[in-house]
Design a protein around this ligand. Structure first.
Ligand code: ADP
Ligand code: MG
Length: 478
């Protein structure tokens, strides 16, 4: 970015709540069904139907509010946001304007090795609209109303993000959190989280808030960063050539990597919001509130702190492990089985991560945590060398099996029998007089040659520590 300017970014993220049925009807929310097979009379906005609020959606919103330290409203209300669009048959969207379920709160975002606190304005419940389908018919558009009425939690940040990369880090942190909480499946490619990015620029060091544009519907971490980057550049160029940023809704075109104006931005007056007369105010009872609080899992930030302070991991490794709940749980189970957190962390961030990478997306870890724990124990108690452990890891990953059984059946025990190793060492020293001379003349590097020979003779199974001790003694002529 041009150094005279800085940018201001605020994100509005639509989090699709993972409920069985819709927010105001009993129709299912599952992704990928045949068009218009999951929209009932309520979702279609047929006359005479009434919405009924889904308790699960409210509970998930409360869970989110507690997790971000926001104020969970004990009573709140739904409003109608009126507009016409083909994918909105009712002519209005049910949302929350003045009384959102969650006010305030914050997310601690790790960015460039530091934690930055980004404040949230609010999080409110609303229903999703349907979808226009432009590629199913020639010269015609279709409407698929399966998504109409799917519960969304719209999470609005304060305008506190200061770079495209930081905005992407915020989006990632929010993604990790909602998956932790089990309130959203986080499937970005199915549209489970969609983000509108509000962007403005100002002279570096200034604290004014200038006119912004809003880029709609970005559905990947990478695109958030790219769309904002493009938009900042566009605004700088515009202002530097004497133009003015106008409040506009922009569309990000991923294929051309550019933002384009879509429409002049509406403001809330345009929507003629009013309280939905079909819905009663929502009352969050003490019981509901306490239940949500009691069910709250340990959050990523707390986990990370515990890994560093109690388990002695470095901050970077801890961040990696807490990035998603399955990985964190796997780590904890492995560490417990191995009796060693650091080694468990090393294996998970290197060998396990590499194996997952190689296997591609959506693969699960193929080795149970308990099994990996035993494998680590067998290195620790000198039964096998780490080199053998690596090859055993590959076997366990592709074929499964029991660590101790495999070690036994394949004869992989480390040779720690001093007598057996001593005779190999003695023989080597006797046979390689030239190298022994070199060693004694000060060329201690030839030790490596001898270690290699012992390993070869034992097929890699010799205990490296003992080999070193025995060789050093023998070569010194003791
Ligand atoms: P709307 O719902 O019309 O988009 P809001 O006032 O709710 O408007 O603001 C939406 C988002 O815009 C918030 O995330 C907020 O942080 C962000 N925002 C507001 N003003 C600015 C600004 N000048 N520059 C960048 N972002 C802004
Ligand atoms: Mg907006």
């Amino acid at each position: 970015m041009n150094s005279q300017w800085e940018c201001v970014i605020g994100l509005e993220v639509h989090v699709q709540l993972k409920t069985q049925s819709k927010i105001f009807s009993g129709a299912p929310t599952a992704f990928g069904a045949e068009p218009n097979t999951q929209a009932c009379a309520v979702d279609l906005g047929l006359p005479g139907v009434l919405p009924v609020l889904n308790r699960d959606a409210v509970e998930k919103a409360i869970t989110f509010g507690l997790a971000v330290g926001g104020d969970v409203a004990r009573t709140c209300r739904f409003d109608r946001k009126n507009y016409f669009y083909p994918d909105l048959p009712k002519g209005y969207q049910i949302s929350q304007l003045d009384e959102p379920i969650v006010a305030g709160g914050y997310l601690d975002v790790e960015f460039e090795g530091e934690l930055r606190r980004i404040n949230l304005t609010r999080a409110h419940l609303e229903e999703d609209a349907g979808k226009s389908v432009h590629d199913a018919f020639v010269n015609q558009s279709g409407i698929d109303l399966n998504r109409a009425g799917t519960p969304l939690l719209e999470v609005v940040s304060e305008p506190e993000l200061t770079s495209p990369a930081e905005a992407a880090a915020y989006f990632r942190t929010l993604h990790a959190l909602v998956r932790y909480l089990g309130i959203c499946d986080g499937n970005l490619n199915e549209g489970s989280m969609r983000c509108d990015a509000n962007v403005s620029i100002r002279p570096r060091g200034s604290s004014e808030l200038n006119e912004r544009t809003e880029i709609k519907n970005i559905n990947s971490f990478r695109f958030v960063e790219r769309a904002i980057t493009f938009e900042i550049e566009r605004q700088i160029e515009l202002v530097e050539s004497g133009g003015k940023v106008v409040l506009e809704t922009m569309l990000y075109d991923a294929e051309r990597d550019e933002t384009r104006p879509m429409r002049s931005k509406e403001n809330s007056d345009d929507y003629r919001y009013f309280p939905d007369p079909d819905l009663l105010p929502v009352i969050v009872s003490d019981a509901m509130f306490e239940e949500a609080r009691a069910a709250l899992p340990e959050l990523p930030a707390a986990k990370r702190k515990r890994y560093v302070e109690d388990l002695g991991l470095d901050a970077k490794t801890a961040t990696r492990l807490v990035a998603d709940l399955p990985t964190a749980s796997y780590f904890e189970a492995t560490a417990a089985a191995a009796g060693n957190a650091q080694l468990a962390a090393n294996w998970i961030t290197s060998d396990v991560a590499a194996a997952l990478n190689k296997a591609g997306d959506d693969t699960e870890i193929k080795i149970p945590a308990e099994t990996l724990g035993v494998l680590i124990q067998r290195i620790e108690d000198d039964t096998i060398s780490s080199k053998i452990a690596r090859s055993l890891f590959d076997v366990l990953w592709s074929e499964g099996g029991d660590v101790d059984r495999l070690i036994k059946d394949r004869g992989l025990e480390q040779v720690s029998d001093t007598g057996a190793l001593q005779s190999i060492v003695d023989e080597l020293v006797a046979q390689n007089t030239a190298q022994v001379e070199q060693y004694r003349a000060g060329k201690t590097k030839v030790l490596g040659f001898f270690v290699g020979q012992v390993m070869k003779a034992t097929q890699g199974k010799a205990n490296p520590k003992q080999v070193n001790e025995l060789l050093t003694a023998a070569l010194a002529g003791e």
